[in-house]
Design a protein around this ligand. Structure first.
Ligand code: DLL
Length: 435
């Protein structure tokens, strides 16, 4: 039998959801117009005033926001309230070293935690559960988001953060974790690590996992489910819109329900910006209906997927999105961290290297491998092994500072990276992340 965190809204009729959305969008556009001069200016350029938006059917008139706007407006330009009303920031890495910084009032944190609580209950969570949060804590939204939701549901929360596998396993076994929350690749790695230590799936008390923040396939789901002896649920979100819990899977495990009372969703053609009908593949665009501090309207996520309003057997009525099937920009997600090739290029140039490089991604034992091949110039070229190794270490350090994760750097001889006739092939991704 399905359980819900907020049954009334999660199973509301389409008419009711629309009524809520219509009411909220009118208020939200007025809020943004009054408080975010950056967006007001974009509306004025299109000849719009709040009076033009009478309901969600008018949303398509509004201008889009993208990561470029976030960069232009960094750090306070999209803030929708006085800083003194904000209680938190969360952040993600950005394209040029500038990060995306999202602000939250207490109301926004409450709303976000409500969303993750819905996801936990949809995965069967109750106050009887021991929930291990192995997403990173800190600026990343994974740890804070699931942590807050877990408290709301009343689970015993283990705020482990990511890494330290030995300790994760010790707490999991000693305290009888029943729900695990982390990236799918870390879940698979934990599964392997448990097996290596001689544990079989029956030895743990786990029964569910809530995994997201990076692409994963159905094969990977089956693999994790078998290794850990659990049911694995997908969860989606992005820092700009709040964090994990924008959408989440129910027991059906067939698409993620978008929390439509808080986020209005559209699918657009990424080339033309045209809104596409249900069932067509395109870029996800979100409008925050009731956030105060970071009230983004028509934010282009760059995630490509399909929406479905088909009835779901769980009883939830909110629209479902497929797993993201790719991106309409060149962002890579490596070990759960967002990486743009341009960030790597910036570091190389700052450190005095050529911009001739190649990123090679693969999976070994369910963990991403991340190699960067960089050509040295003729005058940097050294026969001395120790010299090359030192340069590689230094460059790894500079890249780690920029990206938050460590690649393996390989310095290679001048002109040894194959030149392409057209666009340079910067990324070779062998991970097969999409079905
Ligand atoms: O990854 C928020 C999150 C934390 C989601 C924990 C789920 C669990 P960002 O770091 O801002 O936020 O990265 C957002 O990650 O635009 C997608 O491209 C990708 N992404 C997030 N969830 C999924 C998922 C968090 N379930 C970007 N499947 C998004 C595939 C995902 N990709």
């Amino acid at each position: 039998m399905s359980r819900y965190y907020q049954q009334e809204i999660e199973t509301a009729s389409r008419e009711k959801i629309l009524e809520i959305q219509n009411e909220k969008i009118v208020r939200q556009v007025r809020h943004v117009w009054d408080n975010v001069p950056y967006y007001r200016h974009l509306m004025e350029e299109k000849g719009l005033t709040p009076a033009d938006i009478r309901g969600v059917e008018d949303i398509h008139k509004l201008p889009f926001l993208s990561k470029a706007d976030l960069r232009d407006a960094y750090p306070y330009g999209l803030l929708g309230t006085d800083l003194k009303n904000c209680v938190r920031i969360q952040s993600t890495s950005g394209t040029t070293g500038k990060r995306v910084v999202a602000f939250y009032t207490q109301h926004d944190v409450d709303l976000w935690e409500e969303c993750t609580a819905r996801a936990i209950v949809a995965a069967g969570g109750t106050e009887e559960d021991v929930l291990q949060v192995a997403y990173g804590y800190g600026l990343f939204t994974g740890g804070a988001g699931l942590h807050g939701g877990s408290h709301r549901v009343g689970c015993l929360t283990l705020p482990m953060s990511s890494g330290n596998t030995e300790r994760q396993i010790q707490f999991m076994m000693d305290l009888g974790t029943t729900i695990l929350c982390c990236t799918p690749s870390y879940a698979a790695y934990l599964g392997e690590s448990l097996a290596e230590r001689g544990y079989s799936p029956e030895d743990n008390r786990l029964r569910a996992g809530i995994f997201g923040a990076e692409p994963w396939t159905e094969e990977m789901r089956r693999d994790i489910e078998a290794k850990l002896g659990i049911k694995a649920y997908d969860i989606y979100g992005l820092t700009e819109i709040s964090g994990p819990g924008v959408a989440f899977e129910c027991e059906e495990q067939h698409g993620m329900h978008i929390n439509e009372d808080h986020f209005y969703v559209e699918i657009i053609n990424p080339e033309t910006g045209e809104v596409l009908p249900e069932g067509e593949k395109g870029e996800l665009v979100f409008t925050c209906l009731d956030k105060e501090a970071f009230p983004l309207l028509r934010y282009r996520t760059r995630d490509i997927c399909v929406l479905s309003r088909k009835k779901c057997s769980c009883g939830r009525t909110h629209v479902r999105m497929t797993k993201p099937m790719g991106r309409s920009d060149d962002m890579l997600i490596i070990r759960g961290v967002n990486v743009f090739p341009s960030q790597i290029e910036t570091v190389l140039l700052n450190e005095g290297y050529t911009p001739n490089y190649q990123i090679v991604l693969d999976r070994e034992r369910n963990t991403d491998t991340f190699d960067v091949y960089v050509e040295v110039s003729a005058n940097q070229f050294s026969d001395l092994m120790s010299q090359i190794q030192k340069m590689e270490k230094n460059l790894e350090g500079a890249l780690r500072t920029m990206l938050g994760i460590s690649p393996k750097v390989h310095l290679v001889a001048p002109k040894s990276i194959t030149r392409s006739e057209g666009k340079a092939v910067r990324v070779i991704d062998k991970r097969k992340l999409h079905d």
